[in-house]
Design a protein. Structure first.
Length: 78
């Protein structure tokens, strides 16, 4: 069984720099409404967005977290 990880985004603090979209476009998009990034497939709870990903997506999303200048993306083991 493949390992899964949880990607968490604190979207309210996003400044819309597009770094996450550049390194992980299969999981991130920029919103035309407010200019902030959208974590595709995520569920929202109390302003925090999260989604489970497979190992194949891990490296790109780790880069998204690393390159985020406001540090609002977290990757957790499940």
């Amino acid at each position: 069984m493949k390992k899964k990880y949880r990607v968490i985004q604190y979207r309210q603090k996003c400044i819309g720099c597009n770094a996450c979209v550049e390194v992980a476009p299969e999981r991130w998009r920029m919103s035309k409404k407010d200019g902030k990034s959208v974590l595709l497939g995520a569920k929202e709870k109390k302003g925090i967005f999260s989604v489970l990903i497979h190992e194949e997506e891990l490296e790109a999303n780790r880069l998204a977290a690393e390159y985020c200048p406001v540090n609002i993306i977290r990757i957790l083991d499940t």
